[in-house]
Write a protein that binds this ligand. Structure first.
Ligand SMILES: N[C@@H](CCC(=O)N[C@@H](CS)C(=O)NCC(=O)O)C(=O)O
Length: 165
C-alpha cells in the first residue's frame, strides 16, 4: 500500500505512526498538497492529504477513515482505538482535542501565510489561536501514564502537538 502525503501534515503523521507501530509495510508518496495540486486531486478529489492507496487500488481518504480501516485490518486485539466504553469515549475526546487544535491553529496559519495581507482578519486569527491553545491546555492536564500501552489517543496527540508548539 502507499501512504500519500508529506510528514509536515499531522494527519499524515498519525497514519504513518499507526502503520509503523502495527508493522504494516507501506511505501510513501511525497507529492506536495500545494505544489502538486492537480496531480493530488486525481488521488483525492478534495485535494487533501493523507490518502492511503491499498494494494488492490482502492483509495482511502481522510485520516479518521484510514485509521478505522487500519484497526479493522489488524483486528480487535491489536486495534489502536479501544473498542467500547469509557476508554473509547476518552480516547475519542482526546483525539477531538488534538485534531481540533490542529484545525484551529492550521486555520490561523493558512490565514497568515496564504491570504493576501490586505484581506487578513486579525480578530479571526486571534480567535483561532485561542481555540487551538485551549485544546492544547486541556490535553496538557490529562494524565498520560508513561507505562500505558501505545494507543491512538497518544499517537494522534503526539502527531498534532508536535506541530502546534
Ligand atoms: N479531516 C482530514 C483533514 C486533512 C487535512 O486537513 N490535511 C491538510 C494537511 S494537514 C491538507 O490537505 N490541506 C490542504 C488543503 O486543505 O487544501 C483528515 O483527517 O485527513
Amino acid at each position: 500500500m502507499i501512504l500519500v502525503g508529506q510528514y509536515d501534515s499531522p494527519y499524515v503523521r498519525r497514519v504513518a505512526i499507526s502503520l509503523r507501530v502495527l508493522g504494516l509495510k507501506h511505501e510513501h508518496d511525497t507529492r506536495s498538497v500545494f505544489g502538486d495540486f492537480d496531480s493530488m486531486r486525481k488521488t483525492n478529489p478534495v485535494g487533501r492529504i493523507p490518502s492511503l492507496i491499498l494494494d488492490d487500488g482502492e483509495v482511502l481518504i481522510d485520516s479518521a477513515a484510514i485509521l478505522d480501516w487500519i484497526d479493522e485490518t489488524v483486528g480487535p486485539e491489536r486495534a489502536l482505538l479501544p473498542r467500547s466504553g469509557p476508554e473509547r469515549r476518552r480516547a475519542l475526546k482526546l483525539m477531538a482535542l488534538a485534531t481540533g487544535a490542529i484545525d484551529k491553529i492550521g486555520a490561523a496559519n493558512y490565514e497568515r501565510m496564504i491570504r493576501p495581507s490586505q484581506y487578513r482578519w486579525p480578530e479571526w486569527i486571534e480567535r483561532c489561536l485561542v481555540q487551538g491553545k485551549g485544546a492544547i491546555a486541556a490535553l496538557a492536564v490529562e494524565p498520560w501514564p508513561a507505562a500505558a500501552p501505545i494507543d491512538q489517543a497518544q499517537i494522534t496527540t503526539a502527531a498534532c502537538c508536535a506541530t502546534s508548539r
